[in-house]
Ligand binder design. Structure first.
Ligand code: PMP
Length: 356
């Protein structure tokens, strides 16, 4: 039986994507070779990566001022590649710290230049997104995390600024309609809303590059990847293929408008259920709640463990909170069906009736 997959990442993928990816491993497009056996510079693979780039641009409604890259290393590599490319040693970049991933980005960036953390939600255990902050006009860029996977908060309105805006969208990429033109650089590890682990999407506005003095190792320099069309070295071919299939699926389902409607419907059902049952407690400021990762608690730890066990017994996986936060985390990425949210909210109601 297929499990209800609430994993935070790697996470649920559309069945259709899994089936097509499985087929391509055995015989890719009927060419008598596996996708894993063809060269990355052959027309077979170039068609895959070109379609993936085109779909990203189409879904984000971006023009040729932007370049789409598929890079190795996951989102974590971007924590250093961004400052390496955009922050001179004596310059200052602004960061907003809304949780564990933003904090890691700050630490890595401080190896390259000065970092000004202009806002942090650490004072309230990252249960909200900062609203009031000043962005220094001379900042090299402003970095935010659009969705905080671990803490369960999400930016619902992005800052407006003349400073280049950079967002780690690893855990809510392609889940909603956004004015992507507001951003100068967007990045995301693929393993949540966009496919399999092993590839990282970077969408960059070309005009922000080439403005610093640092010498950048060739493989780390975005300009080299742009010039080589993401084929500077052997790219993670299979992960890019799965991303392309997932992007195709998003488009076929109706694009970001439909992803957003589905995400809101699922999150509304879950949060309404939490709010209606005194046993469950969501500590996140209502205006900052994430539509992707709902983090909540049963204040009695024994009961909470019992609930987690019941989830497991009922075929629901990935529900335990992150190790530093604890509690319960229900991730509701694009490919998670509404039926799974109905199943867990039914379980919550039954559990509350038995134990309140
Ligand atoms: N940023 C965010 C918001 C994340 O959720 C994660 C992974 N969960 C990362 C960065 C790190 O991604 P990766 O493991 O691909 O380096």
């Amino acid at each position: 039986m297929r499990q209800h997959n609430f994993n935070s990442g790697p996470s649920v993928l559309p069945q259709q994507v899994l089936q097509e990816a499985a087929k391509a491993i055995i015989d890719f497009n009927g060419i008598g070779l596996s996708l894993l056996e063809v060269g990355h510079r052959t027309p077979h693979f170039v068609a895959v990566i070109e379609e993936a780039k085109q779909l990203v641009k189409e879904l984000m409604q971006l023009n040729d001022e932007y370049e789409v890259l598929f890079l190795h290393g996951g989102a974590t590599t971007q924590f250093m590649q961004i400052p390496m490319n955009l922050l001179d040693t004596n310059a200052t970049a602004a960061y907003i710290d809304n949780g564990i991933w933003g904090n890691k980005a700050v630490k890595e960036a401080s190896l390259f230049g000065n970092i000004n953390v202009i806002a942090s939600s650490a004072d309230k255990k990252h249960t909200y997104i900062n609203q009031n902050f000043d962005i220094p006009a001379n900042a090299a860029y402003l970095h935010i995390t659009s969705n905080n996977t671990v803490e369960g908060t999400q930016w619902h309105q992005f800052p407006t600024t003349d400073v280049p805006l950079i967002a780690d969208m690893s855990s809510d990429i392609f889940s909603r309609q956004i004015d992507f033109k507001k951003f100068s650089l967007i990045y995301a590890g693929a393993q949540k809303n966009m496919g399999a682990a092993g590839v990282n999407l970077v969408v960059v506005k070309k005009s922000i590059l080439g403005k610093i003095e640092r010498k950048i190792p060739a493989i780390m320099d975005y300009r080299n990847h742009i010039e080589a069309g993401s084929l500077l070295n052997t790219p993670p071919v299979f992960a890019i293929y799965v991303a392309m299939l997932t992007l195709r699926w998003i488009k076929q389902e109706g694009g970001l408008e439909i992803m957003e409607l589905n995400a809101i419907a699922k999150a509304t059902l879950l949060y309404d259920t939490i709010d209606s049952l005194p046993l469950f407690n969501c500590r996140i400021d209502k205006a900052s709640r994430s539509n992707m990762n709902a983090v909540f608690f049963i204040d009695n730890e024994d009961l909470q463990n019992k609930f987690l066990e019941e989830c497991k017994a009922n075929g629901m996986v990935g529900v335990k909170g992150y190790r530093t936060v604890g509690g319960i985390r229900v991730s509701m990425y694009n490919a998670l069906a509404m039926e799974s949210v109905i199943a867990i909210t039914d379980l919550m109601k039954n559990f509350a009736a038995k134990h309140s």
